[in-house]
Design a protein around this ligand. Structure first.
Ligand SMILES: Nc1ncnc2c1ncn2[C@@H]1O[C@H](COP(=O)(O)OP(=O)(O)OP(=O)(O)O)[C@@H](O)[C@H]1O
Length: 515
């Protein structure tokens, strides 16, 4: 018996096969979209810290990933036998198939999304928190867009899997491609010819959608973006800055700072913090006045970073008291339980700018969007006005020309300068710098330190955790030395770097080149 090519090719003109193709496409698209959306919610629930959400979701995922789809389809299709009210819906093979596919695929999608969510570095969430953005705002603006980009290739692959799984729905008599083929060859016995065409129809669908999804992936890939737009906006900004009264780029608005000792910006007292029974902060107290630059130095692991993170709520102390501009932002007495006490409010947190060691810029947003995100979220002004303000603040750190680029197109030093601009755009009362140059190559350190020095000169209130001793000596009004979770010594740069006879300080400083 020879292969009947003429018959096989004639199936390209067979209308029921094209109708079945449409059924497969619609069923796959609906299953994929619904399962991807529900899977995302399940992934969020599985990652939450509430057992009441986590445990049922974990059980769902375990159960539906263990169950063969064929068994599930037959079960769903026959459910009206025991639950007659489901009959109007589930007696339709299409809806029964859709329900079976969604139930099963949601479990897989949840795991794919969970991988995407876990791939977003924690620094991204912390950067959002430091801008005073709420949990849901952080998810919506920062985490979800990045998690979906990470998960997209696997989600696309899952669509292809679903297309092929729709063939199983033939078992409950849905007239999809396989069933139409089976009906044909049971009449004419041309099994191979018919199945070849059935296979070709699946390959056709998969090829078309695979290419469409790849196109979508490429569009969402920020590393491919050039970010070259915005030249007109930049020119308009430059022109507006060249009017006689406007400050020139890089020009400082105030020539010298003054320290107002009567205006305390931050006062922290008796801050204690332990991680896993190890006490890393021991009754730390520090008061910073308006216009003052305080640097915190000390050996690695002495608690410097942990301390400044308690000031804006990134770490919650076990006990202590913090005021911001005279208002209590944190209070918990030593005998209070860990879920009691007053925690910093968003309106207080947004008043504290923070620059991280690892920059933590949002990779899916341009430089300008990174800077406008916080002010826009808090409704500081119209989009146009905030854009102009963001360009001005970027200009101040010498980054206006890069406003329309993405973070991956910048050097480490440039990224850190954008991070400084992002914090400044919130018009904070105080800036916290957590080792702002530690992650930079030596040749890039200078440009960032110059920006911070400019801010000090302008009178910005700042606390800087640093290992750059010469820089600390040059710009600080006060230097605080920490060791083993406590402030051991503090004084003017001259007192600390030249006349200190505290053995722990001199021992620490002897390894540094200070001049
Ligand atoms: N989230 C955490 N969980 C457990 N331990 C932590 C955590 N954060 C910090 N620690 C520990 O607390 C101690 C103080 O860390 P911290 O980062 O504040 O020190 P540091 O003085 O800033 O050090 P470095 O100069 O190396 O950055 C260290 O022993 C560190 O391992």
């Amino acid at each position: 018996m020879s292969f009947d090519w003429e018959y096989a090719l004639s199936l390209f003109g067979y209308a029921p096969l094209w109708r079945a193709t449409l059924v497969v496409i619609v069923l796959s698209l609906l299953s994929w979209t619904i399962a991807a959306s529900l899977g995302f919610l399940l992934a969020l629930a599985k990652l939450s810290s509430y057992p009441i959400l986590k445990l049922p979701v974990a059980a769902y995922i375990w159960f539906f990933r263990s169950l063969p789809l064929l068994v599930l389809l037959i079960f769903v299709y026959n459910l009206p036998q025991v639950l007659p009210w489901t009959s109007p819906y589930l007696s339709s093979p299409f809806f029964a198939g859709l329900l079976g596919l969604v139930l099963s695929e949601t479990a897989y999608m949840a795991e794919i999304h969970r991988g995407g969510l876990l791939a977003v570095p924690n620094g991204q969430r912390e950067a959002g928190k430091a801008l005073g953005i709420s949990y849901s705002g952080i998810q919506q603006l920062i985490v979800i867009p990045q998690a979906i980009r990470v998960a997209l290739p696997t989600l696309s692959n899952q669509f292809i899997t679903i297309v092929k799984l729709t063939s199983l729905v033939s078992v409950i008599s849905l007239a999809e491609i396989l069933l139409v083929g089976q009906r044909l060859y049971t009449q004419n016995f041309k099994v191979l010819e018919t199945m070849l065409m059935v296979a070709l129809f699946y390959v056709l669908i998969v090829t078309v959608f695979d290419n469409l999804l790849k196109l979508g992936e490429r569009k969402m890939d920020v590393t491919r973006r050039k970010g070259s737009a915005g030249q007109a906006e930049l020119r308009a900004f430059r022109e507006s800055r060249s009017t006689p009264d406007a400050p020139k780029p890089g020009q400082l608005s105030e020539p010298r700072r003054t320290i107002d000792e009567n205006a305390v910006v931050v006062a922290a007292s008796d801050i204690n913090k332990s991680f896993d029974e190890v006490q890393v902060l021991k009754n730390v107290s520090l008061t910073v006045s308006r216009g003052e630059t305080v640097s915190i130095i000390g050996p690695s692991g002495s608690g410097k970073t942990t301390f400044i993170r308690t000031l804006n709520g990134l770490e919650i102390p076990d006990s202590g008291h913090i005021t911001l501009n005279g208002e209590v932002s944190f209070h918990r007495s030593p005998n209070q339980q860990s879920d009691k006490g007053q925690l910093p409010r968003a309106d207080q947190i947004k008043n504290i700018g923070m620059v991280f060691q690892q920059f933590n810029l949002f990779p899916h947003k341009t430089v300008l969007q990174n800077v406008t995100l916080g002010p826009q979220y808090h409704g500081f002004g119209s989009a146009k006005q905030l854009e102009l303000e963001a360009l001005a603040v970027l200009d101040k750190v010498g980054m206006a020309d890069h406003a329309y680029k993405y973070p991956h197109q910048l050097s480490g030093g440039q990224q850190q300068r954008v991070a400084i601009a992002r914090a400044l755009a919130m018009k904070p009362s105080i800036m916290l710098f957590d080792e702002p140059t530690s992650a930079l190559d030596p040749e890039l350190v200078g440009e960032v330190l110059r920006n911070i020095e400019d801010l000090a000169r302008e009178g910005m209130t700042m606390i800087i955790v640093t290992h750059e001793m010469a820089f600390s000596r040059r710009i600080s009004d006060r230097v605080v030395f920490m060791e083993e979770g406590a402030i051991v010594h503090s004084g003017s740069p001259v007192e600390i770097f030249e006349h200190c006879d505290e053995p722990r300080v001199t021992r620490f400083l002897k390894d540094f080149k200070i001049n």
